[in-house]
Design a protein around this ligand. Structure first.
Ligand code: NDP
Length: 406
């Protein structure tokens, strides 16, 4: 029996919590700890009588290391699952080290305030060294590796779908389908429609920062940076159909490039409809995606945070979202002296996710993989994880010879 502490109580957290409670023979006890305790209590009340998992709730500001370390020491979980925001990754890692507990998250660290002088100086130095200018990179969290190793603890980073499952698909492809992998294209397709003119499927601040940043991909051992949304492809996704997709920077490219140096090119594409792109361009043009505070009627406001307050809460999109997601990886390479290409992918139906856990498929595909992640050990083998994915609700398929225009 596991005792899990979940930090955050948003769209992704609620999936992870409900999935854990469905599997109460595994998760005997669970604490929901987040900034707004009333949200944690609401989820607890929803689950009362439907699970044997003993749920407790707590209010915590996860950026307060000592308060969080105390809470972890008092509750004594087997692991802490961070499904708050990437801004809190480092403070939660520090608290886990202080309390001596394993750490799991679904997105790599980003600073909340990109104007912070210390962060900006380190960031600009790294951009210069690497010819790389996206906001997010793993250097901050990888710097913790030795501390976790010395403490005999595990920190499992980026264990949602992408990043997360896409890296496991890669390990599985390498183990069973290829002697060498030459290229990896990660394709993230959301064929769902929520009926709003504009809404984001997960935290708007994180989502809009991600898609408005310059695109980049890994080629021959280094980054190639391109203007945002400047590389477009079409792809005919199984069970969804033909969609336009655009190249983005994405964090797993960095991890895959480091751990699989044989791979010549790694790219990430996400599908967007024209209406989404038009709204985003307009918001960017008028300054609404800025993270720099402005004075408004005597108060400091951050434009992107104000925008977040106007947009629908992603956790409320479940009942109105219809259609399917298809997320997977296309691999090309060599097996037994012959060229080969495959796609490994999962298809998720928004309404089925809603019927099962009351959420749309984006939160579902992120929250569910974190559960098998709880059992990951240092000697990682993709096979048990791939088995667990199917068992926990994300069955996957392998398609031979997918067609993607290079
Ligand atoms: P939400 O905005 O819906 O939820 C975030 C939660 O974190 C809220 O409950 C919020 O509290 C809480 N929180 C924020 N700041 C703090 C703090 N300082 N202390 C404690 N709690 C805090 O986000 P999502 O559920 O959409 O996303 C969660 C994570 O999942 C993000 O990191 C996102 O990047 C990641 N993600 C990963 C994906 C993947 O495939 N790997 C895909 C999609 C998302 P409050 O209720 O008070 O606002």
């Amino acid at each position: 029996m596991k005792r899990l502490m979940v930090i955050g109580c948003g769209g992704v957290a609620q999936v992870a919590i409900k999935k854990a409670c469905q599997n109460d023979e595994v998760f005997g006890e669970l604490m929901i700890a987040s900034r707004t305790k009333s949200k944690c209590d609401k989820v607890k009340a929803e689950l009362e009588g439907k699970t044997k998992t003993a749920i407790t709730t707590a209010e915590i500001d996860a950026s307060d290391v000592s308060a969080l370390a105390e809470l972890i020491k008092t509750y004594k979980p087997d692991a802490v699952l961070n499904v708050a925001l990437p801004y809190q990754d480092l403070t939660i890692m520090d608290a886990c080290l202080t309390a001596g507990v394993d750490y799991i998250d679904t997105a790599n660290y980003e600073p909340e305030d990109t104007d912070d002088p210390a962060w900006r100086a380190a960031y600009e130095k790294r951009c210069k060294e690497e010819g790389f200018s996206a906001y997010f990179d793993y250097s901050w969290q990888w710097a913790y590796q030795k501390k976790f190793q010395d403490a005999g603890l595990t920190a499992l980073l980026g264990t949602g779908f992408d990043p997360g499952v896409t890296s496991v698909f890669t390990a599985y492809a390498k183990k069973h389908y290829f002697d060498t992998i030459d290229t990896i294209d990660i394709l993230d397709c959301n064929g769902g429609d929520h009926g709003y003119a504009f809404a984001t499927n997960f935290n708007p601040e994180i989502n809009l920062r991600e898609v408005s940043a310059p695109g980049s991909y890994w080629e021959d051992g280094h980054w190639v940076e391109v203007p945002a949304m400047s590389i477009k492809r079409e792809y005919d996704f199984q069970e969804v159909g033909e969609k336009d997709m655009y190249l983005l920077h994405h964090e797993e490219i960095e991890a895959l490039g480091k751990h699989l140096p044989e791979v010549k090119r790694i790219r990430f594409f996400m599908t967007f409809g024209q209406s989404y792109l038009d709204h985003m361009r307009c918001l960017e043009d008028v300054g609404m995606l800025s993270t720099t505070p402005i004075k408004f009627e005597g108060r400091d406001i951050v434009p992107i945070q104000f925008l977040k307050a106007l947009l629908p809460d992603p956790a409320t999109l479940g009942p109105r979202t219809h259609g399917k997601t298809n997320i997977g990886c296309i691999f090309t390479g060599m097996k037994d002296g012959k060229k080969r290409s495959i796609m490994i992918y999962n298809v998720c139906d928004h309404q089925e996710c809603y019927k099962e856990l009351g959420s749309q498929a984006i939160s579902y595909t992120t929250g569910v993989p974190a559960m098998p992640g709880v059992f990951t050990t240092d000697e990682f083998d993709p096979d048990p994880y791939m088995g667990a994915l199917s068992k926990w609700g994300l069955p996957w398929h392998v398609e031979e010879n997918p067609t993607l225009v290079p």
